[in-house]
Design a protein around this ligand. Sequence first.
Ligand code: SAH
Length: 347
Amino acid sequence: MPDGTNKLDIKSMLPQELEAELKAQGLPSWRAKQIFRWIGRGAVSFEEMTDQPKSLRAELDERYLIPSLTVMQKQVSAQDGTEKLLWRLPDGESVETVFMRYKHGNTVCISSQVGCRMGCAFCASTIGGRIRNLSASEMLDEVLRTDLECGPVSNIVLMGIGEPLDNFDNVIRFLRLVNDPEGANIGMRHISLSTCGLIEGIDKLAALNLQLTLSVSLHGPDDDTRSRLMPVNRQYGVDALLEACQRYFRQTGRRISFEYAMVRDVNDTLYHARLLAKRLRGTGAHVNLIRLNYVSERVLLPSTEETVRIFAKELADSGVTVTVRRRLGRDIDAACGQLRRGQMRHL
Ligand code: SAH
């Protein structure tokens, strides 16, 4: 259990599981519904559930846990209002969440694991490896607490620390919880999940037919380039990954977004642009280009803005839809895992 006690994590339970659990304690289903709503609104203790009898609140507290995160550090970008939160988890570990303001609504970028074991060469989150998976309730609390700390959340992206498909069951549970109309009620079409390309996970996700957006971190159109940046590519390869993406599209009808971080002299030449266009043309895929965020522990450098412009034009001219992403929160180290790294150095 997250706090070292043997209490059950009630906040990771789906409504029907909570109902069954409380029924076994002799409680009617309407009580379970009330408690689920409290949790979905961000209650951190049974004490707050003022419509429940005091004796019941005490009993629930003896048996169950409502895991919640506490803010360790909060940074606000002076440039664009992006906020970055470093959370302390119940066992003393830490993860981060980023809150971004857009015209079409606020987006929260959440972490799915403490650390990561995928080893991408440009990413700060993977230095030090994976410590553990986040529970569904911890991911849910990233959303609920950010909503309370920063403002109403309308979109969620699973693009923070960790590989969501490496924590498959907890991530799916989280998605069902946050999507529940009696809970945070965030629509699947307002949720994006980003993966480094774990093929079994992509196929499992396709079978669930959720209407979320799948982003695939591609970063290279051929095995040489991609394996240099992403060790996971040595296991699957670009061909197999793109085939899995096609299966996903056929099964769900949802177009895939490909993330492509532009790394100077590694994946940003015209050769790469042409090959990428050739492989993606006609698939309905969308490419998001982003200049690499410089991470001090890493030797890789961002491409120049001019290179990004030329690369984007080459893709567009070849019929591939492409967006160049703005880098929000640059002044607050908003790239993956940088705040957690900074805090680790100070320990
Ligand atoms: N593990 C998942 C989600 C977390 S990373 C994945 O790999 O997709 C979220 C996105 O940020 C990924 O596209 C990742 O490749 C990218 N990323 C990580 N470090 C970066 C950096 N320094 N600059 C630009 N993008 C980065």
